[in-house]
Design a protein around this ligand. Sequence first.
Ligand code: 9Z3
Length: 314
Amino acid sequence: MDSTEASMTEMDHSGATSFFQKAPPLKNGDLISEKLKEFVRRNLEGVTPRGIVCVTSGGTTVPLEQRCVRYIDNFSSGHRGAASAEYFVKAGYAVIFVHRCGSYQPYCRYLPEDSFLDFVQLDEASNIQVPDDHAATVRKAIREYHKAVGDGLLLKLPFTTIFEYLQILQLVATSINCFGCHSMFYLAAAVSDFYVPWESMAKHKIQSAGGPLDMRLNQVPKMLSVLRKEWAPAAFCVSFKLETDPDILTQKADAALKKYGMHVVVANLLANYKEEVVIVTQNEKTTVRRKSKDEDLEEQLVGLLTERHSDYIN
Ligand code: 9Z3
């Protein structure tokens, strides 16, 4: 590590400490810790250590008021994270799905919008019926979801704000540290870069009578290197890089790889992120393309990443 990287790590460390000290306390923090403890206990049993992955999914919000009426949000739907979580379970991983409240969920991605009321009907005796053309999809979703949860392979932890997201990420990271190199982070959530610190945030709804709003946003401290160096140093870490300008994408992914010590950066462009991603490692760049409309790009992506993870373990 050169001196610039060393001082960067120290800056990240102190930025993270101060962020957590000043953040509003995590609601249900004790319950989340309990759930994590139980999930980890169950998956540590057995002779061969199971792979465990923390999949983050959906966008974080940035509240503008403490009693929040307004917030800054981003476009992420959580589809990538939800699809990936399913493929990790299929590959035998235990999955901690840290997701934005209300975003796409594993095993329900195929249900149409307004799914409940449009999807089911009542027969003459008021029994719930699922029309034949949807029945197979619904049966498959219910079966796979209950199997994943029943086998102790899926734990879902919701977040809304950037404060909740980072606090939960820290809890998850320190809880699965005992899996060492068998643990993986797959950080697909779209995490806010800027935020309003809690102590400088308006307590009540900001009044429009005050005229145009002039607000300063602070930079969210970079937690990736803290995750990598302190919270879960042996874990295999995959982060995502999203850009809108194709000319800077791979260069930014390379920089993230080096700066935060990631093992893989998945680079994608807003214009075609559902069709194509580039897996960037220190030695190679591999483009993954969706082959057809019926296929999930995440199936190939998760397949390649679990291979890289096995190489890392070996
Ligand atoms: C991604 O790049 C994800 O692939 C998407 C998935 C958010 C594009 P959807 O949820 O979209 O399926 O609608 N995630 C990471 C985005 C991000 O915030 N990356 C940070 C950055 O680019 C690094 S942590 O700086």
